[in-house]
Each structure stands twice: as C-alpha cells, then as structure tokens.
Design a protein around this ligand. Structure first.
Ligand code: CP
Ligand code: NVA
Length: 301
C-alpha cells in the first residue's frame, strides 16, 4: 500500500476522520486516568518548522513522548535545508531515518514535493494554504461539547486564509454548512470554495455569516509571512471583528473558537474570547490528543 500523508483533510475519508476524533477522545481520557499508551514506542517523528509555533510544536513533541516515541525538532537555521539543500534530497534523507515527518512551511507546493519524495508519512503542520491538524482539534472540541457536526452551521469571519480553507474542507468531510464573511479582496481560494459546492457560501457581513450559527470561528487578520501588511489589513478588516454583537446574531448556545495566537481588539473582542462561549483552551489542548490519534493512524500503531 502506498504511504498515507496528511497534507489536507481531504487525504482522509469522513469515516477515517470520525475514527480519529473518537480515538483522540479515548487517548485524552486514558492520559487523564494516568495510563500510558505507548503505541509509538521506538518510533521517531522529524519536525521541520520554517515558521514559528507554540501549540503545534509543543503538541507534537509532547504527543510523541506520551506515545513512547521520540520527536526531533529541525529548524532551517540549523539544517542544510536552510542553506539550499533541495526539498527532494532532504525528503529522501529524513525519511530514511524517521518514521513520520511534520512540516510547517510557506508554499503548499513545497510540502507536496516533499511528500512525493518521502518514504514515510508527511503531516502538514501548517502551510500558507491549509492547517488541517488544527481542524482535527476543532472538530474534537465540537464533538466533546455538542456531539455530531452533521447539519450544523459554522460562521467563518475574517481572512480567507489557511484556516478558512481547512474549514471549507472540514465542511465537506464533516457535512456541515460554512458561512464565510471576508472583506473584498480577502476571500478564500475560488477553486477550494467551488469544490465545496453548497457546503460553503460567502455572505455579505459578519452578522449575516453569524446569523443562527452553532459555531463562530475567526483567526488573525495577518498570518505568518504577512507581517508587513498588518496596518493595511487592520483597515480592511475593521468590520470583521467577532464581538458581542456578532455572537448575539448566532444561536443562543453558539460556541466560539480561534486557533490562537489571538489579537484581542482586532479579530476578536476580549469579552468574546475570554467569555463563557469561548472554548479556545480546550481547543488548544485538543491539538495534543487529536495529533496523537493522527500519529497512531499514520504509523499503523
Ligand atoms: N494554532 C497553532 O497552530 O498555533 P501555533 O502557531 O502556536 O503552532
Ligand atoms: N493563519 C495563521 C494561523 C496560525 C496558527 C497563520 O498562518 O499565521
């Protein structure tokens, strides 16, 4: 069988994704009960990170340690990848010494090239186009709080970025409806949107997107690599803050999620992210449990 990768959510079937969420919840309970699930003993995860990270790095390293394996963090500052060794050569070498590899980089095409030359599974730890690992944690968090995602309505408010693209794919895989509100010029990729058909629609305003929604989600206005656009984006996104008005338009029991890091007073008001509907800390913690389930799955453990 050919090597399975996790470059986008579409690499896994709805059943496989559902199974991962279930296993993540089991692993979380097992860890809380003080059990040791050493299903990845002696397995090695190589972690290539070309962008900063707190949650993704921590959750993969801790996850691998808890599963009895080992993780090696590789920054371009100290590897030959940062000095121009090709992706193809790096992929062949790293995959001969490790069992699974996570990559956080800029162009999505780079991770696809890496996967083409890797003998072991590649996990997308974020590219400019997608952040599928975050969606595993978000879907786990939803499941823990409210059960099945099928038929629910999610409002995405803000940038049509990597997280928005992953929410569009999640709408297809988990069978929910995504209402997207973005300023003009910051919409998601048209090809990704079109492929989702009726699962994802663009609305005019933030409150239109939030109307009746079961879950409201946002993300930073300027992603990693867009730091110079911060001032321009603050103007463009001024009407797209998730504040109490937006949350009031949503269903009365609506939840709020944000992948973090957050900028209070920009994409989200402090009283929303720090308020009673926010589940961002569970969401962050679930990165650990969901990725442990993903590692087990890809390693056949
Ligand atoms: N949400 C997320 O991926 O956070 P980090 O950038 O800290 O990894
Ligand atoms: N859209 C953000 C997500 C960070 C986890 C970024 O790419 O910087």
């Amino acid at each position: 069988m050919s090597t399975r990768h996790f470059l986008t959510l579409l690499d896994l079937s709805p059943d496989e994704l559902g199974g991962l969420i279930k296993r993540a919840i089991e692993l979380k309970a097992s860890h809380a009960a003080g059990k040791h699930d050493e299903t990845c003993k002696h397995r090695v995860l190589a972690m290539v990170f070309e962008k900063s990270s707190t949650r993704t790095r921590m959750s993969f390293e801790v996850g691998m340690a808890q599963l009895g394996g080992h993780a090696i963090f590789l920054s371009p500052r100290d590897t030959q990848l940062g000095r121009g060794e090709t992706i193809e050569d790096s992929a062949r070498v790293l995959s001969r010494m490790s069992d699974v590899i996570t990559i956080r980089t800029y162009e999505h095409e780079k991770i696809e090239r890496f996967a083409n030359y890797s003998a072991v599974p590649i996990i997308n730890a974020l590219t400019d186009m997608y952040h599928p690992c975050q969606l595993l944690a978000d879907m786990q968090t939803w499941y823990e709080q409210r059960g099945d995602m099928r038929g629910k309505t999610v409002a995405w408010i803000g940038d049509g970025n990597n997280m928005c693209h992953s929410y569009i794919n999640a709408a297809r895989r988990f069978d929910f409806k995504l209402h997207i509100a973005c300023p003009k010029g910051y919409e998601p990729d048209q090809v990704i949107l079109d492929a989702a058909g009726p699962h994802a629609v663009i609305t005019d305003t933030a409150t239109d997107a939030a109307a009746g929604a079961d879950l409201v989600v946002t993300d930073v206005w300027a992603s990693m690599g867009q730091e110079e656009e911060q001032a321009k984006r603050e103007k463009a996104f001024a009407d797209y803050q998730v504040d109490t008005n937006v949350m009031e338009a949503a269903a009365t029991d609506a939840l709020f999620m944000h992948c973090l890091p957050a900028h209070r007073g920009e994409e989200v008001a402090a009283d929303v992210i720090d308020g009673p509907r926010s589940v961002v800390w569970d969401e962050a913690e679930n990165r650990l449990h969901a990725q442990k389930a993903l590692l087990e799955f890809l390693l056949g453990a």
